[in-house]
Each structure stands twice: as C-alpha cells, then as structure tokens.
Design a protein around this ligand. Structure first.
Ligand code: NAP
Length: 348
C-alpha cells in the first residue's frame, strides 16, 4: 500500500510539520506528504511554494481549486481524493474535534487520525518517548500532547518515574509566551493570569499530564498555574517536585544527563535558547521535550525546584511524525526516527 500522510492546516503547527515530513520523506519511508490548504490567500503564496519545493503536495476543496490555480498552483487536487488515499491524517487546526464530527468519522476507520493538544477529548494522549506503548493499542485517534504537556511530562518522567522516586506532589507554573513569532493576534501587553478553572489541577496543563500518565494506570498529584507574558519567545516552565525521600543535587544532574528527551543549558534567558533553535533547530525549532536551565536546579531535603524552557512546538511536531512513522513501520519505526537525532542536543 502507498504510504501517504495528509496534514490539515498550514498554520503555526502545520507549516513546520509539513516541512519536517516532506524533507525527510525518503528516510521515513513515506510516499507522499499532502497538505490541505483551505483558504487561497495571495499573501500565503510564498509559504505554499516553499512547502511544494520541499516535496509536499497541495490539496483543497473543489470550490477553492480555481482560486488556487489563479494564484499559480496548477498541480493541486481535491482534498476528497486525499482523504481516500492517505492512511494517516494529522489535523493541525483549531477545529480538530469538529473536523472529526464533520469529516474524519465518516472515512475508513483503519486510518490513523491525530489532532493537536488543545482538542481535548479527540483521543488518547501521545507524547513520543513518554508513552510510545499507546500507539500499539487498537485506537485510531490520538491527541498529540501540547508543547507544555510534553515538557511537564518529561520533567516528571526524568526526575521521578524513571528513577523510581515516589512523587508526592508536582507543582508547575507555565510562564507562557503571548503568541508565536508567526502570529499577529493575542499579544499581551502585560503579564496576564490564566484562571484556575480546574478545582483539582488548577489549569488544564496539570490535568493533561495527569490524564496522559493515568492512561498507563499512574495516578499523579499535580497542580499547574499559567501566566501569559509579553514575549514572543518560548514558554518557560517553573516546577517543583516533592518526593517521599531526600534527594541529592548531584543525582538530579545525573538524571538530567541521562534523560533521553530533556536537554540542559547554562543559558538563563529564553531568547538565548530561542536563538540557538533558530540557528540550529529544524524550521527554527528545537525538537527536545524541554531545555532545563541547569543552574536553576535547586534541591532542599526532598524537594527539587527548577526552570525548563519549552521548545515552542518542536516536541509536538516530533510526536506527530513519530505517530505517523509507527503506523507504517511497526517494527522499525524507532530506527527511522533516528534521522532526527541531529536536531537533538544534550547541552546547548
Ligand atoms: N501554536 C502553537 O504553539 C501550538 C502548540 C501546540 C498546539 N497547538 C494547537 O494546534 C492547533 C493549530 O494551531 P496553530 O497555531 O497552528 O493554528 P493557526 O496558526 O491559526 O493555523 C490554523 C490553520 O488551520 C487551517 N484551518 C482552520 N480551520 C480549518 C478547517 N476547518 N479545515 C481545514 N483547515 C482549517 C487554517 O487554514 P487557512 O488559513 O488556509 O484557512 C490554518 O492553516 C490548535 O488546536 C492549537 O491550539 C498550537
């Protein structure tokens, strides 16, 4: 069977994901990387052109095809054909759940469907390296964990679960960028607090991580807060983990060095980390789950406190690719993912 993947949406998430898949198509063993661009916009012509040059194919609705042709895109075809031909469909829109109701639910259910983190309820949470086993289930719908969910989950996994340390409580503050550098909307002129709407978890960030681990029967005591800062650089996570026993600073540093998905940095500002990603990441993104500010790590008795930068959306992009490759190559998908090791650093 042809190994075709369809990405819906070409926004902040879709655009780099299409690039990541298309540019590594051969190594990943994919035949076609197709993207659905819904709206023909002349100011987005350059973006479409760049994605086509990377080896992706464009589709749209039958009504929009003539407009795209006028914009100069002759090799465009109907999204309905792509819905049939792609076995992996990755929704990168803010309407993943609606698209499920209106479109995906009536397609062949042997396909694999994914949506992005904010589409809570779409399917089982997946974060590459955190809960790979979930991809072996019978599910055909997965919710790619959001960037902050990846980060918090990696902190919990690297410093607690992988070390068999009993975590009595994990508390997190997500210091969020106001918007992405690619976005005009939602900039915030001053620090703006997110309401604690969830009585048990505070904000959805702790809830999502709790749900992710609960899928494997691990019940964690987590609480999160969030505040939006007037910056377009990366989110930064403050965390404090309390264990049932005393811990040692040197052991924590060792855990960080051993962590498969966390990287360390001596940099103390998000613009410095962001800048490294712009120069050495993929599409300007670091693909690790989190970048721990090594010098922020503080140990007192049984409590670890520190800061970790969230690499924009790079972690969620890599998870989307991993879930795609796993669908087609059940036995050697992890080997194929090694192509991305060149973007993963231990220390920056
Ligand atoms: N931005 C982040 O850092 C981030 C991180 C993690 C998760 N997420 C989540 O990922 C999703 C996408 O976010 P984003 O920031 O990439 O959004 P975005 O930049 O606003 O882009 C949305 C894209 O979706 C397309 N679109 C919207 N509704 C559509 C529909 N019904 N059918 C087909 N295409 C549709 C738009 O296409 P047209 O312009 O062609 O109409 C646009 O290309 C959201 O759920 C978001 O919460 C975002």
């Amino acid at each position: 069977m042809s190994k075709n993947v369809l990405v819906i949406g070409t926004g902040t998430i879709g655009e780099p994901l299409i690039g990541l898949l298309a540019e590594h198509k051969k190594s990943l063993g994919l035949d076609s990387v197709i993207f659905f661009k819904r709206t023909p916009l002349s100011d987005e012509r350059g973006k479409v052109e760049a994605l086509l040059r990377k080896g992706a194919e464009i589709v749209s609705t039958s009504e929009a095809l003539p407009e795209f042709t006028k914009l100069g895109f002759a090799n465009i075809y109907d999204v309905e054909k792509a819905y049939e031909e792609a076995d992996v469909i990755i929704d990168c829109t803010p309407s993943g759940n609606d698209n499920w109701d209106n479109v995906y639910s009536s397609l062949n259910q042997n396909k694999r469907f994914m949506a992005q983190g904010s589409e809570h309820g779409f399917g089982s949470f997946f974060a590459w390296g955190i809960n790979n086993e979930v991809l072996e289930s019978e599910d055909n719908k997965f919710l790619i964990a959001s960037c902050n969910t990846h980060n918090i989950a990696s902190i919990v996994k690297s410093f607690a679960l992988d070390q068999q340390r009993e975590l009595t409580e994990g508390r997190f503050v997500c210091l969020r960028r106001a918007n992405d550098v690619s976005q005009n909307d939602s900039f915030s002129p001053s620090p703006t607090i997110t309401k604690h709407t969830n009585q048990k978890f505070g904000t959805h960030h702790a809830r999502d991580v709790h749900e992710l681990f609960a899928q494997d029967g691990i019940e964690l005591n987590l609480f999160s807060s969030a505040i939006k800062l007037p910056t377009q650089y990366m989110h930064t996570l403050w965390f404090t983990l309390t264990f049932d026993e005393h811990i040692k600073h040197k052991d924590i540093l060792e855990n960080l060095r051993d962590s498969e998905f966390l990287m360390a940095t001596e940099k103390m500002s998000s613009n410095k980390v962001f800048s490294f990603g712009r120069d050495h990441g993929y599409h300007g993104r670091l693909l690790s789950h989190g970048i721990v500010a090594e010098q922020s790590l503080h140990v007192k008795d049984n409590t670890l406190t520190g800061y970790c930068f969230t690499p924009q959306d790079g972690n969620a992009l890599l998870s989307s690719v991993a879930a795609t490759v796993q669908y087609y190559y059940k036995d050697n998908w992890k080997n194929k993912m090694e192509i991305f090791n060149r973007y993963l650093f231990k220390n920056i």
